[in-house]
Design a protein around this ligand. Structure first.
Ligand code: FDA
Length: 297
């Protein structure tokens, strides 16, 4: 993380290292019409102090979002706030975040990590919603189990961000091919869309509060398919939030924004960018070549 060439390149995908960097970028994105979800980078905290510091930073971030009056909610990872150190410890930290979200009228999205923590993450999510309702989750279409998982979530009207999934998983529990993952992405999203019977089911759709379904993808084919399904179900554009990662497919981001869809940019910041950056490189070999070329230059 101290390697300047890599950190400069990582800046393509992150706002910077501080809360000020994040808020400045949110202001810029908001002024172009984008909603934002801010992510304080960090995962797999292995000391209580790290987990507590991350919790404090997220609480501070919620305060800054409120005081700067920007349209942004917050995405968190449970392993960052101590899941590896015990579920009770993690919940203890999560309560602090939920209390602050309640106080500042904001929404928390719990990101989904690798499959070793899916059960725990879903359990803690449902518990969190008994304390503060504006909490959502992420579902990965590469996992076989996701179809069953969304049933309970849909019943409880938990806002879902559908993604393909970013971790290396065994083929015993996940689809092998891109086309199967894509098909499942559409099928699961369609299920959620068809569960929307009244406008009340869409959930709140304002700057900070996403509707019940957000699709987190840069895959143009999938976005087009989901837009068609949304239209054919008689739903308005505001019912389908499209989320993309900061710095990826800016062309698509602005295209769908101009078309009138709510677009939310996932904006990471912080010094712990290494695992996030590696996942972005791994997703697309072209990024790696771009990085290597710049390295030599
Ligand atoms: P796919 O990988 O098929 O890419 C489609 C196209 O998008 C590519 O052809 C390319 O043009 C572009 N693209 C994709 N990745 C790129 C990259 N790294 N660099 C440059 N171009 C790229 N995962 C997870 O497991 N848990 C989570 O909580 C989240 N959260 C999340 C939030 C949001 C807002 C998004 C957009 C994604 C996530 N993800 C995630 C990551 C997700 O699972 C997935 O790994 C990435 O989105 C890449 O997959 P695509 O759907 O974009 O399709």
């Amino acid at each position: 993380m101290k390697w300047r060439i890599a950190s400069n390149f990582a800046l393509r995908f992150i706002a910077g290292e501080t809360i000020d960097d994040a808020i400045d970028t949110v202001i810029r994105l908001n002024s172009s019409g984008y909603y934002v979800t801010v992510d304080f980078l960090g995962e797999q905290s292995i000391s209580e102090t790290d987990a507590q510091n991350s919790t404090l930073e997220i609480v501070h971030l919620l305060e800054r979002i409120q005081s700067s009056q920007v349209e942004a909610n917050v995405s968190i990872k449970l392993s960052q706030i101590g899941l590896m150190l015990g579920e009770e410890f993690c919940k203890h930290n999560l309560i602090k975040i939920l209390n602050k979200a309640n106080e500042t009228n904001n929404f928390i999205r719990i990101d989904m990590e690798d499959s070793s923590v899916t059960d725990q993450t879903l359990r803690i999510l449902l518990w969190a919603r008994t304390i503060y309702v504006s909490v959502g989750i992420v579902i990965q279409s590469y996992l076989y189990r996701s179809e069953k998982d969304i049933e309970e979530l849909m019943e409880k009207r938990v806002p879902i961000r559908m993604v393909k999934g970013a971790y290396k998983e065994s083929y015993k529990i996940s689809f092998k091919t891109k086309s199967d993952v894509d098909t499942n992405f559409v099928r699961l999203s369609q299920k959620i869309i068809s569960s929307i019977k009244t406008i009340h089911d869409v959930g709140r759709d304002e700057g900070r509060f996403p509707p019940v379904l957000a699709i987190g993808t840069h895959d143009e084919n999938l976005i087009k398919k989901l837009i068609n399904i949304n239209n054919n179900s008689g739903l308005t554009k505001r019912c389908l939030e499209i989320q993309m990662l900061y710095g990826i497919r800016n062309d698509l981001q602005s295209h769908y924004l101009e078309e009138g869809y709510p677009i939310r940019i996932y904006l990471p910041y912080g010094t712990h960018w290494y695992p996030y950056f590696m996942r972005r490189l791994a997703e697309r070999p072209a990024n790696l070549w771009f990085f290597i070329k710049n390295l030599f230059r």
